[in-house]
Each structure stands twice: as C-alpha cells, then as structure tokens.
Design a binder for this molecule. Structure first.
Ligand SMILES: [Zn+2]
Length: 109
C-alpha cells in the first residue's frame, strides 16, 4: 500500500512521484530512488526531520542518476543530512531561496 507524499517532482526534466510505502525495506533503509519507474519511495512513519532527510536523499540519488555524477552512498547521505541541518538552523534561508527563485523568473536572469 502506498500514498502520495507530496506533489510530483520534476528532477532535471524527469517526472518523479513521491510515495509513502510501508516499511518493507531492509533494516536501516528509509527510502529508495527508482529511476526506471520515476518513483521516490519514502518509508511511512518516519519523524518529520528524518522523512525530510529521506526525501532530499532520494532526490539527490535522482540528480546523481540524471547527471551521472556517480556519488557514493556516503556522499549522498552526508549531503542530504547536512542540508537538513543547515535549513533547520537557518529557517530564514528558505525565504531567501524562494525570493531569489521568484526574482529570477521575473527578470529573466
Ligand atoms: Zn541512498
């Protein structure tokens, strides 16, 4: 059984559906990036910050796949966890990012 978690994502032009799944993964696994089917599977029942970490982690795998970066699992895990920590410690950063993204679309830069 799965539920849609958030809106579909466009990751470098490829559509991905983000779904919650029951914890049928192996021990210690919280998500899975299924590039072939365009699905990011997120383990149901995680605490909010861990779920966010998992979504960012699986998004990073999708970017890695699209750009053939060949990141190691440890690099993906550290990037996602680091990003969650920085965003949590600096909540105003999200406003800045949103402002810059919108400004860019307004003036064509
Ligand atoms: Zn991973």
């Amino acid at each position: 059984m799965s539920d849609k978690l958030i809106e579909d994502l466009d990751i470098l032009g490829k559509p991905y559906q983000v779904v919650l799944v029951d914890p049928t993964f192996e021990e210690g696994t919280y998500g899975q990036c299924d590039d072939a089917n365009g699905t990011l599977k997120i383990r149901r029942g995680q605490k909010d910050l861990l779920e966010l970490d998992t979504v960012l982690h699986e998004m990073t795998h999708a970017i890695d796949f699209a750009m053939a970066l060949r990141l190691k699992e440890r690099q993906v895990a550290a990037y996602a966890a680091g990003l969650v920590c920085v965003l949590k410690a600096n909540p105003h950063l999200l406003d800045y990012i949103w402002e810059k993204l919108n400004a860019e679309s307004d003036d064509g830069n």
